[in-house]
Ligand binder design. Structure first.
Ligand code: A3D
Length: 314
């Protein structure tokens, strides 16, 4: 059985553990600084195993050493946004936490595949790679799957078709500057333009869907008041872990380290990648039209600024 360590046993960490257990994917180690929380969640989920019929082992710990020899580490440690806060407001506190987590990964499981969820995502995934010293292709950020999934849901609701028929994705940073790619949006292989022509959806409706996608986290944050989205973020990260562990080679939008692709060097940015047993095995480069390029560049500038600020702190 493979081993997944979850650093942070809060809302997303607990949900990740539950999903991984239901999928019988790997043994789970939950780690958190809060005493009792990882142990309590591990015990609670373990006690569902006779009903859900999984055999994997789940343990909770307050020590980073418990992540020893993990195959995958998913990091949610940090503070989430409160209503009115931006993701960027979390920078200082979460940089310190992610830097500590990275150093522990270097010590206890330097060969693991790392998935960062902690915000501000694009900056934190850089801090994680920098402090853990894992190869850049073994460290990714989860955001694009979630943002794309939100957009797919809104389109499916509007068109009244199964969400399974919707294909779309989001490029760029995880934040207000993310770039939803309407030009690559298809419904069962049929370009969205056909649905606009047939008056099944209007341009203005699509624009409001894009805005709602960009504000996807904020909308949930305002509803929950305390805490942010956690079910969909956890599902998205599990898909990445599964593609790695099972060598599925899924093409997924993730924050990946770019080495010249898309005209970006040495930064993590959300782009489509193939995840298999070697981590990020390929970055898929798309040609962008002028408008997309402009939005993408704006997003890159925001990511670069924040990443530089974070790396200066470590
Ligand atoms: P929350 O429920 O507060 O859980 C975070 C956990 O981290 C808490 O249990 C803390 O005790 C724990 N923690 C703090 N410091 C440490 C440390 N040094 N070592 C180990 N554990 C620690 O938050 P959450 O689970 O809802 O969210 C976690 C993070 O994910 C936040 O930064 C969110 O902003 C972020 N998030 C990102 C997305 C993306 O799409 C990228 C979506 C939703 C949330």
């Amino acid at each position: 059985m493979k081993k997944i360590s979850l650093i942070g046993a809060g809302n997303i960490g607990g949900t990740l553990a539950h999903l991984i257990a239901l999928k019988d994917l790997a043994n789970i180690t939950l780690i958190d600084v809060a005493k009792g929380i990882p142990q309590g969640k591990a015990l609670d989920i373990s006690q569902s195993s006779s009903v859900e019929l999984f055999d994997l082992k789940i343990q909770g710990s307050n020590n980073y050493s418990a992540m020893k020899d993990s195959d995958v580490v998913i990091i949610t440690a940090g503070i989430p946004r409160l209503p009115g806060m931006t993701r960027d407001d979390l920078l200082e506190t979460n940089t310190k936490i992610i830097s500590d987590v990275g150093k522990a990964i270097k010590k206890f499981c330097p060969k693991a595949f790392l998935i960062c969820i902690t915000n501000p995502l694009d900056a934190m995934v850089s801090v994680l790679q920098f402090s853990s010293k894992v190869k850049p292709n073994m460290c990714v950020g989860m955001a694009g799957i979630l943002d794309s999934s939100r957009m797919k849901y809104f389109i499916a609701q509007e068109l009244k078709v199964s969400i399974q028929n919707i294909e779309t994705f989001v490029l760029g940073g995880h934040g207000d500057t993310m770039v939803p790619m309407l030009r690559y949006t298809k419904i069962s292989g049929i370009p969205i333009e056909k649905f606009i022509k047939n008056k099944m959806i209007s341009h203005s409706k699509l624009n409001s869907i894009i805005k709602r996608t960009q504000d996807g986290g904020g909308e949930i944050n305002r509803l929950l008041k305390k805490g942010t989205a956690f079910y969909a973020p956890a599902s998205s990260a599990v898909q990445m872990a599964e593609s790695y562990l099972k060598n599925k080679k899924m093409l997924l939008p993730c924050a990946a380290y770019l080495n010249g692709e898309y005209g970006v060097k040495d930064f993590y940015v959300g782009v489509p990648v193939i995840i298999g047993k070697k981590g990020v095995e390929k970055i898929i480069e798309l040609s962008l039209n002028d408008q997309e390029r402009k939005k993408f560049n704006k997003s890159i500038q925001a990511v670069k600024q924040l990443t530089k600020k974070a790396l200066k702190l470590v």
